[in-house]
Design a protein around this ligand. Structure first.
Ligand code: PLP
Length: 429
């Protein structure tokens, strides 16, 4: 493939944009090489600036569950923009949107719209602190909740649970209020809550993790965590920015039978436009300003164009059988990828829940941050580039989920598996 236009643009971009990209993982540092610049998406396919075409398994990192430029979404955006792109005042559509979320996700009795997943998680944490009067939060090693200061913390090794900042610029005093525990380890939470439970405002978790690659909760883990939270007066915050309306209409909480105190949403709910939300228990959400004292605001919150895109997307997801279809395409791809890897004698672990999956280059199993890190990332990088050359766009990092869309049909599955056959064989030799 010729990538000369992408190369020229990347070199130009680096003059005026830090690292040439507006979000770090786009720079391909996780896989080496240089990023591809895209100019068009249609259904399952992306076209880059050199006119190469790829089946898209990134879907803008999750939002595009319908595929690119889904006609009803494009029509809704166009119509909303024609009527005015922003009012900074209430609209009927945002009321309908809030009603739709509350009707679809039973734990959400009230909801506030914001513009990004990060805004939603930052606001949820502030609300949890405001409601409980406690300062500490618990997050899980390797989980990502956006770029807010309290989340840029991982655990030290072993039993070390005091937060250390992952990024310069996050004050130690802020990071120190974030406690961490390994994912899929209830015993660690039990111990932590026994010692410090009364200081902890909330536990925030990705129910199915996407941000260290896909990790699947062990049987009873999330339910056990919810019960521990209840026992210690710790609010249970489910970060459904990735999983909301993707794993099921009612998100991971529907799949695993959970009733979180607060939930955060983003990605799918905006249909590819900047829209996110946080919501939950009526008594907790009633503390949000102006109903209550916990402040949170946004100039473009509930933006009418974004809400129109979100409504059109969620409408499309109401069609019967859509989640079953995503799951069956996922199952077919998983089986095919596993067979091709075996054939080429490349050891992999494939974790998948519905339309989210990761091929880890390790014998596995992969169930927490430590086991995810055993993956051979250099090998993933070679696989990624081989797949790219074969016309498949995978996430440019081992520690990200691939996402399927409803635009992926049999021809695309065949294309992906043909590419994977060549890519695994190239690794095996
Ligand atoms: N929470 C989760 C689980 C995410 O995956 C992300 C982003 O990938 C966020 C929060 C942050 O969302 P945003 O990038 O829209 O700020």
């Amino acid at each position: 493939m010729n990538h000369s236009q992408s190369k020229a643009l990347f070199s130009r971009a680096q003059e005026t944009i830090p690292g040439g990209v507006n979000s770090p993982v786009r720079a391909f540092r996780g896989v080496g090489g240089e990023p591809v610049f895209f100019k068009e998406g249609a259904g399952a396919w992306l076209t880059d600036v050199d006119n190469n075409r790829y089946v898209d398994l990134v879907g803008s990192w999750g939002p595009l569950i319908l595929g690119h430029a889904w006609p009803p979404v494009v029509a809704a955006i166009t119509e909303a923009a024609r009527l005015g792109s922003s009012f900074g005042a209430p609209t009927e559509a945002e009321v309908r949107f809030a009603e739709l979320i509350c009707a679809t996700v039973p734990s959400v009795e009230k909801v506030r719209l914001v513009s990004s997943g990060t805004e939603a998680t930052v606001a949820a944490i502030r609300l949890a602190r405001g409601f409980t009067g406690r300062d500490y939060i618990l997050k899980f090693e390797g989980c990502f909740h956006g770029a807010g200061d309290p989340f840029l913390v991982k655990a030290g090794s072993g039993v070390e649970t005091l937060g250390l900042p992952d990024s310069p610029g996050v004050p130690a005093a802020v990071a120190g209020l974030t406690l961490t525990a390994p994912y899929n380890d209830l015993g660690a939470v039990e111990k932590l809550f026994a010692e410090r439970g009364k200081d902890i405002a909330c536990a925030i978790i990705e129910p199915v993790v996407g941000n260290m690659g896909v990790l699947i909760p062990e049987e009873g883990y999330l339910q056990g965590l919810q019960a521990l939270c209840r026992a210690h007066g710790v609010l249970f915050v489910l970060d459904e920015v990735m999983t909301g309306f993707r794993l099921a209409r009612g998100g991971a909480q529907e799949v695993y039978g959970l009733r979180p105190d607060l939930s955060t949403f983003g990605k799918v709910i905006g249909g590819g436009l900047p829209l996110a939300a946080y919501g939950g228990r009526r008594d907790v959400m009633s503390k949000v300003a102006p109903e209550g004292p916990v402040y949170q605001s946004g100039t473009l919150s509930g933006n009418p164009v974004a809400v129109a895109a979100g409504l059109a997307s969620l409408q499309a997801l109401r069609s019967p059988g859509v989640y079953e279809r995503l799951d069956s395409i996922g199952r077919e791809l998983e089986a095919g990828l596993r067979a091709e890897a075996e054939e080429a004698r490349v050891p992999v672990t494939i974790n998948r829940v519905g339309s989210m999956f990761t091929v880890f280059f390790t014998e596995g199993p992969v169930f927490d941050y430590a086991s995810a890190k055993k993956s051979d990332t250099a090998r993933y990088g070679r696989f990624f580039h081989q797949m790219l050359e074969e016309g498949v766009y995978l996430p440019p990092s081992q520690f990200e989920s691939a996402f399927l869309s409803l635009s992926i049909n049999e021809p695309e599955v065949a294309h992906i598996l043909r590419a994977a056959r060549r890519a695994f064989r190239a690794l095996g030799t």
